[in-house]
Design a binder for this molecule. Structure first.
Ligand code: URA
Length: 426
């Protein structure tokens, strides 16, 4: 296979056949194409884009680099949700058990956080004993028995995506609509889904800064998923402000538990319920009922037990207000309304406190982060707490507090807002 000529074809704006794209992925998976050539190909795609046929061929070839999960036939739909990544985005932790309560099967395969966006796996691993390493066989068995499993991507599920994503991450080729589409859908198609709900974020702390770009990505994903037999809708949601009032792995688990008990922050509940509402048969009222009744929280505990968590330790940790060595509060310097609470600054500072990674093999600190965040549109009085830092040391807390002050803006009048979920692409 003359890979160089395919790179050149793509560089010059040509269209590659599905067969060629399929062969490229097989060859890359079999190590007959070196990373430097694949990197050049990815950059050509990033600059020239891909046709719908090319994107479909790439997605299917990446899906077929591993297994497609096979579930026994039963009445329950197999569904999942995927977010393009945000700060404080803990929707999956609430939604997965909630969907299981509502009678869906949820084989949720999630990722780790990288950069400023958090990852579901890192959040779950702040729970003592919880294992995210599930084989395909175990994942299927657990979903069949309790309706939900939450694990990481294994070498069995779209392994080509794991390698390609790592290469994109270091070659400036992440923000490409066909590459993001193929990356997300290859994994989701490998889960054997009936339906998928996407949360495509835009704004200060999202991949896609502009709503138009987010819409273009959402439309591509929704259309291709449908062509591949998966019903899909995508929410477009704002990511200028963190979701909920906490950012940081353990703090986000705690907030998710509050939401599972019907006491979550309004924005987190809004996205969670909208995800339910946009799945086939989804019923927002029933979803709220499952949260308020405590059944969703019980299902979460069932999930924790199934995946090895120490429930006693978990419940006792939940009762602690603070688990990090140091806390420090940011207070308002005037009366007024919060106008800005910048998710990018908060994401960066939580990452730098140790809550996230710069490189994939960095170790993370589960207990650090920010909580008690006051959100745009809320009134504050001078000296009221705007947010609280959880850090490993006094010096880290001091630095974080200075940066946190830059994330907030208070002013005398009420700010305007377009709302959290601004569109649904279906
Ligand atoms: N999430 C993914 O899984 N892949 C991407 O390329 C971007 C976001």
């Amino acid at each position: 296979m003359n890979f160089l000529s395919f790179i050149e074809q793509k560089r010059d704006g040509g269209e590659l056949s599905p067969e060629v794209i399929g062969e490229l992925i097989v060859a890359y998976s079999g190590n007959t194409i070196p990373d430097y050539q694949m990197a050049a190909f990815l950059m050509a795609v990033n600059l020239q884009g891909m046709s719908g046929n090319e994107t479909r061929a790439l997605t299917l070839a990446m899906r077929d680099s591993g297994e497609v999960l096979q579930f026994p036939k039963d009445d329950r739909l197999i569904v999942d949700k995927h977010s393009t990544g945000g700060v404080g985005d803990k929707v999956s932790l609430v939604l997965a058990p909630l969907l299981a309560c509502l009678g869906y099967r949820v084989p949720m395969v999630s990722g780790r956080g990288l950069g400023i966006t958090g990852g579901t796996l890192d959040k779950l691993e702040s729970i003592s004993g919880f294992s995210t390493h599930l084989s395909a066989e175990r994942l299927v068995a657990q979903v069949q028995s309790i309706g939900v499993a939450m694990g990481g991507q294994t070498s069995e599920i779209a392994p080509a995506d794991q390698r390609l994503y790592a290469l994109r991450d270091v070659t400036g080729t992440v923000p490409s609509i066909p590459l993001i589409t193929a990356s997300i859908l290859s994994k989701k198609l490998a889960e054997g889904l009936d339906a998928l709900v996407m949360d495509v974020k835009y704004g200060r702390a999202a991949f896609m800064r502009e709503r138009d770009e987010a819409r273009a990505l959402a439309e591509t994903i929704v259309a291709l998923a449908a062509e591949c037999g998966v019903q899909c809708r995508a929410l477009l949601s704002d990511m200028d402000t963190p979701l909920g009032r906490t950012v940081g792995n353990w703090l986000e688990v705690k907030e998710s538990v509050a939401c599972l008990e019907g006491n979550g922050p309004a924005d987190l509940e809004e996205i969670t319920i909208a995800c339910v509402d946009n799945l086939p048969g989804g019923d927002a009222d029933k979803a709220r009922e499952e949260l308020a009744s405590g059944r969703a929280r019980e299902k979460f505990n069932e999930l924790l037990v199934a995946q090895g968590a120490d429930i006693k330790a978990f419940e006792s940790k939940l009762n602690k207000d603070v688990t990090a060595p140091v806390t420090s509060e940011l207070r308002a310097d005037q009366d007024g309304y919060v106008h800005r609470c910048d998710a990018r600054i908060i994401g960066e500072l939580v990452r730098d406190l140790g809550g996230g990674r710069q490189k994939m093999d960095d170790l993370i600190q589960s207990e650090v982060g920010i909580d008690h965040i006051v959100k745009p549109g809320e009134p504050v009085e001078k000296s009221a707490v705007l947010a609280r830092v959880h850090a490993v040391s006094d010096s880290d807390a001091k630095i974080a507090l200075r940066r946190l002050a830059e994330a907030f803006e208070i002013s005398a009048d009420l700010p305007t807002s377009d709302g959290l979920i601004t569109e649904v692409v279906s």
